[in-house]
Write a protein that binds this ligand. Structure first.
Ligand code: BES
Ligand code: MN
Ligand code: ZN
Length: 515
C-alpha cells in the first residue's frame, strides 16, 4: 500500500472514499457524536446522519454514505472512535485500520483519511494511523485459489493547510515503515513448514537484507560444527532439512561508538516435539514456531529504513524439530557453544537449546545488549492467555527501555519473574543444567535456562507463544499471524541510538537571573 500526504481542504479533495473519524462526546448538551474535524462543509454533509441517533460513534462502528452532498468525494465513511475523553493515538490508528478493512471487501483501491483534529501530538497520531492502516491491509490468504487480492493500493492522509507538515510526515513515515515491516514478518509466520524450511528462511532473510542494504550471511550445519554449537545442532540433527544460522548486521552511516545491540530469534520452522512428540491436536500450528525469528527480521527491516545511530547484530537460529533415527533422545547430554553441558530431559523444549547457542554467538560477535524473541512455552500462554506476551529481563534499565517502547508501540507485554530460586529447578544430576524445570513456572524456568547462557549481559527475553497467532478477527486486523514484537523491538533498538546534539544542548547555559 502506497501512502501520501496531502495538504487540502477535505471537502474539496476528490477521492473514491473519504474517511472521517467521529467521537462520542457523551455530554448532555451534545448527545450526538461529533466529527474529529473542524470543517464546516463536512459537518453539514454529515449533520443528518449524526443527528438521527443511528450512528453512535462507538469504537469501530461505521457508517458509509454514497454520493455525499457538498463534498468532492464519491463516498464518505464515518468511523467511530468511542468516547472523546478516552481518545489515544492507538484508538485513532484502529479507526484507520477499520477504514482500510471496510474498503478492502468493496474492492476500493484507494482511500483518503481526514487527519483528525485533536489535542494529541500530531506525530504520534500520524504514526499510529500509518502503522495500523498498513497492518489492516494484510490478509493471510496467500494459498487460496479464490483469493480476491483486494489490497488497498493507495492511502492518502489529508491534513489541513496550516498544520505542521514535517511533524505529521515524520510520524506517518515511521508508522508506515513499522507496519510494512510487521506485515513482512506476518507473511513469513504464515508460511507452513513445507514452504518455509530453515534454508528457505535463510533465503528470505538474505533477499530482505539485500533489498535494504543490510549485510547477511547464511550458514549451514558446517558452521554449527565449527562454532561447536552443540545445543543448536542437537535440535537440527533429527531433521533431513539442514539448519540455518542467519547473521545480519546493520551499521549506521558514519559508524557509531557505544552499544552493539544483539537481536536473537527462535526460528523453528516446524516443531513436532522431536522424540518427545507432541500430540496430533493442534500440532499443525507449530509452523509458527519461527515467529521470534520472523519478528527479528521485521525489526531489522524497520531498522534499515529508520537508520538509528546504533550498531545492530541479528542472529536467527533456524531448524526443524523432528523425530527420526538421527534425532536426539531424552536423556542425551549436549555440550553447548559456551562449554556448559545440558541434559536434554525433553526434546520438545528445543527453543531454549537453539537460543542458548544463539545468544552466546551474539555476545562473541560483540553484542553488548541482547533481546530475544521466541514462541518458547505453553506455560506462558497458560499464565497470560493470548492477551499479553511475556517479558523477562536481568537488567532494570533494559526492561524500562523495552516497556517504554512497547507502550509507545501499543503492544501488550507483561513482565514475569526471574528470581534466582528458579535456577534450582534446572539442576541436573549429571550435567551443568537440564532443559526443563518441571510442571510449574514453565515460562520462568525457560527464561532462567536462557539466562544461564546470557550471563551478565543486559538482556530482555520475550515469550510470544500466546500472541504470535491471533485467533479472533478484529474490525481493524485480520486473524492469523500477528507479527507481534516488531515495533516494540525496533523502538527498543532506537532507544540506544546516539542522540544528535540538539542546538539547545550545545548552547552554553545562560547565567541564572537573580532578583
Ligand atoms: N514451541 C513450543 C511452545 C509453544 C506452545 C508455542 C504453544 C506456541 C504455542 C515449545 O517448543 C515447546 O514445545 N515447549 C514445551 C516445553 C516443555 C516441554 C518444557 C511446552 O511449553 O510444553
Ligand atoms: Mn517444542
Ligand atoms: Zn518450539
Amino acid at each position: 500500500m502506497h501512502t501520501e500526504l496531502i495538504e487540502s481542504v477535505s471537502a474539496s479533495h476528490a477521492s473514491e472514499l473519504l474517511v472521517v473519524f467521529a467521537a462520542d462526546h457523551g455530554s448532555a448538551d451534545h448527545p450526538e457524536p461529533r466529527l474529529l474535524s473542524d470543517e464546516v462543509a463536512l459537518e453539514q454533509t454529515t449533520e443528518f446522519a449524526l443527528a438521527n441517533g443511528e450512528f453512535k460513534a462507538e469504537a469501530n462502528e461505521i457508517l458509509l454514505l454514497h454520493a455525499p452532498q457538498g463534498i468532492s468525494a464519491m463516498r464518505l465513511l464515518l468511523v467511530g472512535v468511542g468516547k472523546r475523553s478516552k481518545l489515544t493515538p492507538h484508538v485513532l490508528g484502529q479507526a484507520a485500520g477499520v477504514a482500510v478493512r471496510t474498503a478492502k471487501p468493496r474492492s476500493l483501491r484507494s482511500l483518503s483519511i481526514v487527519f483528525p483534529s485533536t489535542e494529541l501530538e500530531t506525530t504520534d497520531v500520524a504514526r499510529a494511523i500509518g502503522y495500523a492502516a498498513q497492518l489492516a491491509d494484510y490478509d493471510a490468504d496467500t494459498y487460496r485459489s479464490d483469493r480476491k487480492d483486494r489490497s488497498v493500493q493507495k492511502l492518502t492522509l489529508v491534513i489541513p493547510p496550516l498544520m505542521d507538515r514535517t511533524a505529521v510526515e515524520a510520524g506517518f513515515r515511521e508508522g508506515n515503515i513499522l507496519g510494512e515491516s510487521q506485515n513482512f514478518t506476518r507473511s513469513l509466520v504464515n508460511e507452513p513448514g513445507n514452504r518455509l524450511t530453515p534454508t528457505m528462511l535463510g533465503q528470505r532473510a538474505a533477499a530482505m537484507c539485500h533489498e535494504n542494504r543490510l549485510s547477511c550471511l547464511v550458514y549451514g550445519a558446517d558452521k554449527l560444527h565449527e562454532l561447536k554449537m552443540g545445543a543448536f545442532w542437537s535440535v537440527a540433527k533429527g531433521s533431513d532439512e539442514p539448519p540455518a544460522l542467519i547473521v545480519m548486521r546493520y551499521e549506521p552511516e558514519g559508524g557509531a561508538q557505544g552499544p552493539v545491540v544483539g537481536l536473537v530469534g527462535k526460528g523453528i520452522t516446524f516443531d513436532s516435539g522431536g522424540l518427545s512428540l507432541k500430540t496430533a491436536e493442534g500440532m499443525e500450528m507449530m509452523k509458527y514456531d519461527m515467529a521470534g525469528a520472523a519478528a527479528m527480521l521485521g525489526a531489522m527491516r524497520a531498522i534499515a529504513h529508520l537508520k538509528p545511530k546504533v550498531r545492530v547484530i541479528g542472529i536467527l537460529c533456524a531448524a526443524e524439530n523432528m523425530p527420526s533415527g538421527k534425532a536426539q533422545k531424552p536423556g542425551d547430554v549436549q555440550i553447548s557453544m559456551s562449554g556448559k553441558s545440558i541434559e536434554v530431559m525433553n526434546t520438545d523444549a528445543e527453543g531454549r537449546l537453539v537460543l542458548a547457542d544463539g545468544v552466546v554467538y551474539a555476545k562473541q560477535l560483540g553484542a553488548t545488549h541482547l533481546i530475544d524473541a521466541a514462541t518458547l512455552t505453553g506455560a506462558c500462554v497458560v499464565a497470560l492467555g493470548k492477551i499479553r506476551a511475556g517479558g523477562f529481563s536481568n537488567d532494570e534499565e533494559s526492561w524500562t527501555r523495552f516497556a517504554n517502547a512497547a507502550e509507545r508501540a501499543g503492544e501488550k507485554f507483561w513482565r514475569l519473574p526471574l528470581d534466582d530460586e528458579y535456577r534450582t529447578l534446572l539442576k541436573s544430576e549429571i550435567a551443568d543444567i537440564k532443559n526443563t524445570g518441571g510442571r510449574y513456572g514453565g515460562a520462568s524456568t525457560a527464561a532462567m535456562f536462557l539466562k544461564e547462557f546470557v550471563g551478565d549481559t543486559p538482556w530482555v527475553h520475550l515469550d510470544i507463544a500466546g500472541c504470535a497467532w491471533v485467533e479472533d478477527q478484529r474490525a481493524y486486523l485480520a486473524k492469523g499471524p500477528s507479527g507481534i514484537g516488531v515495533p516494540s523491538i525496533t523502538g527498543w533498538v532506537q532507544s540506544f541510538a546516539a542522540a544528535e546534539p540538539t542546538p539547545e544542548a550545545v548552547e552554553p547555559e545562560r547565567p541564572r537571573e537573580s532578583w
